[in-house]
Design a protein around this ligand. Structure first.
Ligand code: ZN
Length: 549
């Protein structure tokens, strides 16, 4: 028996040898997570006492790890933080909505037929009277795919109705990644495009399959408080009216205008589609908006490059979680966010320690702990809109969010699937460590657009969000899937996402080691990772190619 055990242990050692974490200590990660996810940190809500403690903790441990301050320039010196001014918008009082179609006018109820978001243009009152309604298909303008749903239509003073997901979601094949979602399928894109097209309002037509969630989710998140970064010209990013409309109501409006919704949707799946005005249909609404300003912080550590300090590799991870909220069945109100995302911050601090220890990299390496991810990627959006280091010479962003405390895994993954040579490099580093890449199993859910690397990708910077594997060294896929299932059901975004002293953090240390080695490779080379042909981010990156000579 003893002999058998020894043989087993030896075999395991041989198998695991290439994956042993050399620089990153699991005990250090545990130390950080235990504190950051403790009740004293109150769930790390932005602009709360929990933020003050969290920011102080990260600064203290960046210092301890040997990092230098890399934040805002104050009197010619870098501070540890970047101020992130955020705007908070809330609908105030009743929301009046009326729709005329087929000669009849009816009142609609906020949250029932439509879910109207609090305006994010800075307007304290939204008043729209008898605005014509135009169907604009999938609302996509994609020059690199030779696709334009707008065809020059004038949307001034009009409400546009737009389909969710991208034009080839239903057919499963075409120019938009088939079933997988491109950025053109995300509702955030639809709203940004609406603002560019000059519409007074944009309503996304809710259909459960292409949205990947039901009306309840749409209603809850869109009629609630909304946060945004503070923008110089908010109306360039937001139309006055943004919201969602139920599919059934849309079908009725089409019918009253003598149109067939399904037939027009089919047309919208082709390049030839042209916008269609719903004859005799108009939309009116009137409501007040409460606008407030808060200031939160990104925490920024730096290891300056020895040879090319102006070229930057960024590691990012969000420090915020949901704060204090509704109690669970046990009466616990603190949303500790241990896995999401104290563990990402902990791992990033330890990657920082390894870089600071040396040897000094050729390029600079930045450790960006961002705020307000849970409010819609706002800390990273603010950074990318106001970069401390120019994006044109930012080599890559490597993001980590909710790494798994399940012990070593044979595989690893990334959120969503966006083809870049950065992803290839990650896969190669993993392979050299005896691990394999498992692609995102549900690319149609659009996970690529839901993590802090995305504001970088959107602006052309090669970016990836690393994910822990599920094929565990101990117990294989069955054990990894079982953990994920229980975590999603009982802990994800719930007060029970707490630190557990029985966790095996050896796997998280290996994940950190993998990201460390990818970063080291990039930091000591002269190459620039790229988006591959056909990527929706490639044109934007290529536009600044001259700055990367
Ligand atoms: Zn997270």
């Amino acid at each position: 028996m003893k002999q058998f055990l020894l043989a087993g242990a030896a075999l395991w050692a041989v198998f695991a040898a290439p994956a042993l974490a050399a620089d990153i200590a699991p005990a250090k990660i545990a130390e950080h997570v235990k504190v950051l996810a403790s009740d004293a940190f109150e769930g790390r809500g932005p602009a709360t006492e929990g933020e003050t403690k969290t920011v102080a903790y990260i600064i203290e441990h960046y210092k301890d790890a040997g990092l230098k301050p890399g934040g805002d320039l104050v009197d010619g010196q870098r501070a540890w933080t970047q101020d992130v001014p955020l705007a908070r918008f809330e609908n105030k009082g009743p929301v009046a909505i009326s729709v005329t179609s087929g000669g009849k006018t009816q009142s609609w109820t906020q949250g029932e037929e439509v879910a109207l978001r609090a305006a994010q243009t800075g307007a304290t009152r939204v008043t729209i009277k008898d605005a014509p309604i135009v169907f604009v298909g999938y609302g996509v303008s994609a020059p690199e795919r030779n696709w334009d749903d707008f065809k020059g239509v004038d949307l001034k003073g009009k409400i546009a109705l737009v389909l969710v997901n991208d034009p080839d979601f239903e057919t499963g094949k075409g120019d938009f990644g088939g079933k997988a979602m491109t950025y053109y399928g995300r509702w955030t894109y639809k709203f940004e495009e609406a603002a560019r097209q000059g519409a007074v309002g944009f309503l996304v037509i809710h259909e459960t399959a292409p949205a990947s969630y039901g009306w309840a989710t749409v209603k809850n998140s869109n009629t609630n408080t909304i946060f945004d970064i503070i923008r110089d010209k908010p109306s360039e990013a937001h139309a006055l009216l943004e919201g969602w409309i139920q599919r059934d109501k849309t079908v009725e409006l089409f019918k009253a205008a003598g149109l067939d919704f399904e037939a027009l949707k089919k047309q919208a799946q082709t390049r030839e589609f042209k916008p269609v005005e719903l004859k005799g249909a108009t939309f009116s609404t009137d409501y007040e908006v409460d606008v407030q300003k808060i200031v939160s912080k990104n925490v920024v550590g730096l290891v300056a490059g020895a040879k090319r300090p102006n070229e930057t590799i960024i590691y990012s991870s969000h420090w915020d979680h949901l704060g204090v909220g509704l109690p669970d069945a046990k009466g616990d109100k603190i949303y500790n966010g241990a896995v999401d995302n104290a563990d990402g911050i902990a791992t990033m601090i330890e990657i920082g320690r390894a870089f600071a220890k040396g040897p000094q990299p050729d390029r600079s390496v930045v450790f960006l702990a961002v705020t307000a991810e849970e409010k819609g990627l706002l800390g990273s959006e603010y950074y990318a809109a106001n970069p401390l280091y120019p994006l044109a010479t930012t080599v890559a962003d490597i993001n980590m969010d909710a790494l798994s405390p399940t012990g070593p895994a044979k595989d690893f993954t990334s959120s969503g699937d966006a083809a870049s040579t950065l992803q290839d490099a990650l896969i190669a580093v993993g392979k050299a460590k005896g691990r394999y890449y498992a692609p995102d199993p549900r690319p149609e859910a659009g996970s690529f657009f839901r993590s802090d690397h995305f504001p970088f990708a959107k602006r052309g910077v090669p970016a990836i969000s690393f994910g822990s594997g599920r094929d565990l060294v101990n117990g294989g896929k069955a054990a990894g899937d079982a953990f994920a299932k229980v975590y999603t059901a009982d802990r994800y975004h719930q007060p029970a996402d707490e630190f557990d002293s029985t966790w095996n953090l050896e796997g998280m240390a290996q994940d950190g080691q993998l990201m460390l080695e990818l970063g080291r490779q990039l930091a000591n080379s002269t190459t620039w990772p790229e988006w591959k042909a056909g990527s929706e981010f490639k044109l934007t990156r290529d536009a600044t190619a001259a700055e990367r000579k």
